[in-house]
Design a protein. Structure first.
Length: 421
C-alpha cells in the first residue's frame, strides 16, 4: 500500500507538541525481553509500523504480545518462547530484527536468521555483530542470505569495536549478560537509546557498569527476570519538530524533550540565528529567526550531530543565507534526499560524503519521492516552506518512524494530509 503526503505551504507554525516514545529504544527493548521467561511490560511505546513488525517477530518465536496502541502499553509474555528461526520475510521488513540474535544465542544457544532489511541508506554491515559473537564462542555459518549461529556455550571476553556501532553494542551486551564471568565492550556506543536499554536490563537483574570514555562492563551470569520499563522519549522526533518550526519561521514548545542529550544539535540551531531555550532537565522552546545563517555540520556517533537529523537539517540549510556544508560520516548513502530537494529548487552539490548547500530564497512545491524515514520527513519540512503544493511519494516510511505525525503537524498549523493510493 502506497502512501502520499500532500503538503501546502504552512509558514509560521506555532504551538506545543508532546513527544512519543523513542522507536529505536523500543525495538531493542522488545528484543531484550527474549532473554527472560515471563511477562514484561513496556510503557510509552509508540504506535509505529516498525514496532508492529517487531511484535510479529516475537510472536513468530512463541511470545504472546498484547499492544494497547491507545495507551502505548505493550505486554510481552516470553514464557513459551521456543522458536529460534526468524523468516527472511520478517527480517527484510525491519533491520532491527537482527537484535534478536544475541538474546536467542544467549537463551537457546542457536539462531537462524536472514540478513536484515530496513532503509536503503547505505552499507550497514553486521560484521561487528558476527565477528564478536564468534569471539564469544559462537559458530557462525552464512548460506546465501541466511545466517546460522550455534553456541552451545558462550564465554566472556573483551570485545573491541573499530567503530561504536549501536546495534553491535546492544547485541553483544545482551548476549554477555547470560555468560558467567566479566565481559568488556571497548569503544561501545553510548547513545541515549543504549543507555535506555541498560536501564531496562538492570531492572531485569543485570549487573552493568559504564566507564568513560566508552567502555561497558558486564558481570554476566546473574539470574534475569521479567521487568516493567518506560521507554525514553524520542530525541529524533524532537529534532524534527524543532526543524519544522525553524524552516517555517515559527515557534514551538516541546515540554517533555530531554534537552541534555541534544547539546550539539541545539547549538547549531542557535548558530543559525534561532532563539533556543532549553530547560535544565526537560523542555525545549524555539523561536525561529526568519533570516537564517548557513551552518556546517558533521554527523558523528553520540554526542555528535545525529545522522538521523542530517536530511531534515539539509532542508533547513537550503533556505539559509550563505553556504552550508554537510559531512556525512556514519552512512555512505544518506544523500538520497538531495535529488528531490534539487527538484524543489535547492542548490546542492554532492562530492563524496560531503554536500555543499548554497542557500536559495525560496523552494517550489512539486512531486518528490521519499526513500527512507528521515529523507521523507526532510521533504515534508521542505514542503512546509515551499511555495505551492508538495506531494511526497513513499510516505509509508513516515509511518515507520513517526507516531501520529499528521495530527501533530496539523496541531501547530501545518496544512498536511496523508493519503493512501
Amino acid at each position: 500500500m502506497q502512501h502520499i503526503v500532500v503538503v501546502q505551504q504552512s509558514l509560521h507554525l506555532d504551538g506545543k507538541i508532546y513527544l512519543s516514545g523513542a522507536k529505536n529504544a523500543t525495538l531493542v527493548s522488545m528484543a531484550s525481553l527474549l532473554l527472560v521467561s515471563g511477562k514484561s511490560i513496556l510503557r510509552n511505546v509508540p504506535d509505529l509500523e516498525d514496532v508492529h513488525c517487531m511484535a510479529e517477530v516475537l510472536t513468530s518465536l512463541g511470545a504472546q504480545v498484547y499492544f494497547d496502541t491507545k495507551n502505548n502499553y505493550l505486554e510481552v509474555d516470553t514464557t513459551h518462547v521456543q522458536g529460534t528461526t526468524v523468516s527472511a520475510h520478517m527480517m527484510k521488513k525491519i533491520r532491527a530484527s537482527i537484535l534478536v540474535l544475541g538474546p536467542l544465542l544467549a537463551r537457546f544457544g542457536k539462531a537462524t536468521l536472514a540478513f536484515p532489511g530496513g532503509d536503503a541508506i547505505g552499507k550497514r554491515p553486521i560484521d561487528f555483530h558476527l565477528v564478536n559473537f564468534e569471539k564469544m564462542g559462537a559458530n557462525i555459518v552464512s548460506e546465501g542470505s541466511t545466517i546460522h549461529a550455534f553456541a552451545p556455550q558462550l564465554h566472556p571476553g573483551k570485545f573491541i569495536f573499530d567503530y561504536p556501532s549501536v546495534g553491535a553494542t546492544e547485541n553483544i551486551l545482551m548476549a554477555a549478560l547470560c555468560v558467567q564471568g566479566t565481559s568488556y565492550i571497548i569503544n561501545a556506543s553510548l547513545e541515549p537509546e543504549v543507555l535506555d536499554l541498560i536501564a531496562l536490563l538492570k531492572k531485569m537483574g543485570a549487573a552493568i557498569t559504564i566507564q568513560a570514555p566508552g567502555m561497558i562492563i558486564i558481570q554476566g551470569g546473574n539470574p534475569l527476570h521479567a521487568a516493567d520499563h518506560t521507554v525514553m522519549y524520542d530525541r529524533l522526533e524532537a529534532g524534527t519538530y524543532l526543524l519544522a518550526a525553524a524552516i517555517t519561521g515559527g515557534r514551538i514548545e516541546i515540554p517533555n524533550a530531554d534537552a541534555s542529550i541534544k547539546d550539539i544539535f541545539l547549538a547549531k540551531l542557535a548558530h543559525m540565528g534561532h532563539e533556543v531555550i532549553a530547560g535544565a532537565q526537560k523542555g525545549i522552546y524555539l523561536k525561529a529567526n526568519p533570516i537564517m545563517r548557513g551552518v556546517s555540520i558533521r554527523t558523528e556517533p553520540y554526542p555528535g550531530f545525529p545522522t538521523d537529523l542530517q536530511a531534515m537539517m539539509m532542508a533547513v540549510q537550503s533556505l539559509a543565507q550563505g553556504e552550508s556544508i554537510v559531512h556525512e560520516t556514519v552512512y555512505d548513502n544518506r544523500f538520497l534526499h538531495v535529488p528531490e530537494l534539487l527538484r524543489m529548487g535547492a542548490s546542492i552539490v554532492v562530492q563524496g560524503n560531503k554536500a555543499f548547500i548554497q542557500g536559495v530564497s525560496s523552494l517550489q512545491g512539486t512531486l518528490v519521492q521519499g526513500g527512507d524515514i528521515r529523507g521523507a520527513m526532510a521533504l515534508v519540512l521542505a514542503g512546509l516552506a515551499a511555495q505551492g503544493t508538495t506531494q511526497i511519494q513513499g510516505a509509508e516510511h513516515l509511518k515507520r518512524g513517526y507516531e501520529n505525525f499528521e495530527e501533530k503537524m496539523q496541531s501547530i498549523g501545518a496544512h498536511i494530509i496523508l493519503k493512501t493510493a
